[in-house]
Design a protein around this ligand. Structure first.
Ligand code: ADP
Ligand code: MG
Length: 233
């Protein structure tokens, strides 16, 4: 069953067609990467799904329910979680307490299970302020997971990470999707990350979807290479 359906979605800013007719369907438990050059509309698409922005036109369905135009807090309650790049971690609180703060009253996952999933069990009681950049990002992901999302939106989750941290983040994201219960849509530029993530990739250009396919197929596509990978691929 489709968890997320976007139907002819548009968002214009004056004359800028940031999102210009997007159709997208993600199944429950699906993992999907979203790539495209700067300014092609990826973050705007996330803002539309979370309700931070209203669509100019088009439909957004979560679990077959039309959410376009609902306020952001109601969309969050329907199970849409987003990790922001700006940090929401409290430095002086322990890792476990940060997760507890984020956990709603109907918490599905015990803190210890969440810590295990994040590979942060050994960091349970240290103040978040002493964590490495990568560990901190995992706490951030954990804080979103603590609210029991059905759809997890990640915007460049490995920005600034070392390559072992990036690899661990790939494993974490794959584990989350493998539960079958959380659908994940992740914006990322890092080619190594995309290759390891090993999932369908949707390529955006100028507010539209140019291609969807496996990483290998998308990377081999002449139009995608010219637009996005340049000479790097
Ligand atoms: P990406 O995340 O793919 O880099 P964005 O979604 O941030 O792209 O931006 C898509 C286009 O929409 C860009 O031209 C950007 O300048 C424009 N844009 C995004 N948000 C706003 C806004 N709040 N007001 C005006 N223009 C915006
Ligand atoms: Mg962006």
């Amino acid at each position: 069953m489709a968890l997320l359906e976007l139907d002819s979605l548009h968002r214009h800013f004056g004359g800028v067609h940031a999102v210009d007719g997007i159709d997208l369907c993600l199944e429950r438990g699906e993992l999907r990467a979203l790539i495209g050059p700067n300014g092609c509309g990826k973050s705007t698409l996330f803002n539309l799904i979370t309700g931070a922005l209203r669509p100019t036109s088009g439909r957004i369905r979560i679990n077959e329910r039309d959410i376009a135009g609902l306020p952001a807090h109601r969309i969050a309650r329907l199970g849409v979680g987003r990790k922001f790049q700006v940090t929401s971690v409290f430095d002086e609180l322990s890792v476990a307490d940060n997760l507890r703060v984020a956990q709603g009253p109907r918490a599905a996952l015990p803190i210890d299970a969440l810590l295990t999933r994040l590979h942060l069990s050994e960091r349970r009681d240290v103040p978040a302020g002493v964590l490495s950049h990568g560990e901190r990002q995992w706490v951030e992901i954990g804080m979103v997971l603590a609210a029991d999302p059905k759809l997890l939106l990640l915007d460049e989750p490995t920005a600034g990470m070392t390559s072992p941290e990036t690899a661990a983040t790939v494993d974490l994201i794959r584990d989350i999707a493998a539960t079958g219960d959380v659908t994940v849509l992740v914006i990322e530029h890092d080619i190594g990350f995309l290759e390891r993530l090993d999932c369908a990739v949707t390529v955006m250009a100028k507010g539209k979807i140019l291609r969807t396919g496996s990483f290998v197929d998308v990377r081999a596509d002449a139009e995608v290479r010219a637009l996005y990978f340049g000479n790097a691929a």
